[in-house]
Design a protein around this ligand. Sequence first.
Ligand SMILES: *Cc1c(COP(=O)(O)O)cnc(C)c1O
Length: 369
Amino acid sequence: MRTPYYLIDEAKLHANLRVLADVKKRAGCKILLAQKAYSAYKTYPLIRKYLDGSAASGLYEARLGFEEMGGETHVFSPAYRADEFEELLTYADHIVFNSCAQLKAFGARAKAAGKSVGLRVNPERSTQEGHAIYDPCAPGSRLGVTAGEFDSAVLPLLDGLHMHTLCEQNADALAVTVVALEEKFGAYLPKMKWLNLGGGHHITRADYDRELLVHTVRALSERYGVQVYLEPGEAVVLDAGYFVTSVVDVVHNGVDIAVLDCSAACHMPDVLEIPYRPPLQGAGAAGEKAHAYRLAGGTCLAGDVIGDYSFDAPVKAGDTLVFEDMALYTMVKTNTFNGMPLPSIVLRRENGELCTLRSFGYEDFKGRL
Ligand SMILES: *Cc1c(COP(=O)(O)O)cnc(C)c1O
């Protein structure tokens, strides 16, 4: 198999889906795939057996969810465009607005088309430190209507409320945010049919407190008579994918640097954006094993560096390296900066068979320009 390629592990995806299905059953909630994190739609037939549908960030994801996932299609966008709204109504059944002004402008049309209408609210309760880029409750955030901006004139149009405040968090953070949600918006909840608690719930992680999630969700459903939705992205494909690359050259400048046939900037941008050091099969932290290398991308961006690792044996050109937990926020974020090729997408089926879902070439680079 020619590197680089993303490898989706069907058995692990399946295991995650079973965990989510169990949560659904015990909590009485519905769960949607947030396609923003993962949109490899050729695996949607499996996901559809366990989840209730998809969540979209706009027109294209809504169309993909409608056409390839089926079930319920929910959409939230920070701002809907007037010239797309009509088409959006053909795909989405739940439309969540980000402001009272947009809800007033488009809500009646959505209702007339038979859609369920929601408003994203901002409980203004941050539970994450450090990563303001992923904190919708950070000061000055555009995401969600604050209690101060809430205009009760929109209430007759509303079927549901939506909040999304978490990122890779446990159920304790949800519980804290729910207290703030109830303080600020609890008075409206008895009038609602549904409450969407967004994504960022790391439900399939080994140390995730699923009992607390189930308890929190059940309590909300019972107190307010609402159907609760969760729309995780990461949790659906957590640890269910790899990124397989090869070493092209090894250079030296104070440290040994292995230059790979991939790029953090093009193929795993969260490594630079968050930033973080992705796990690598068989490797340790710098200094842990005998042979230390900095792993770097094949673009001319000086900062295209994946991280410092150590190995039992020297690394040489032609070696294959396997980064872990690479199904989420990778395939959906790739670009061809520097004319870098897009990695193929390969599925390892549960029976071990490898199946190339998609490969790319020069035309995919040229065709966007
Ligand atoms: C990003 C996002 C999600 C999914 O978040 P994960 O961290 O991938 O679970 C769900 N809903 C909304 C509105 C989002 O912006």
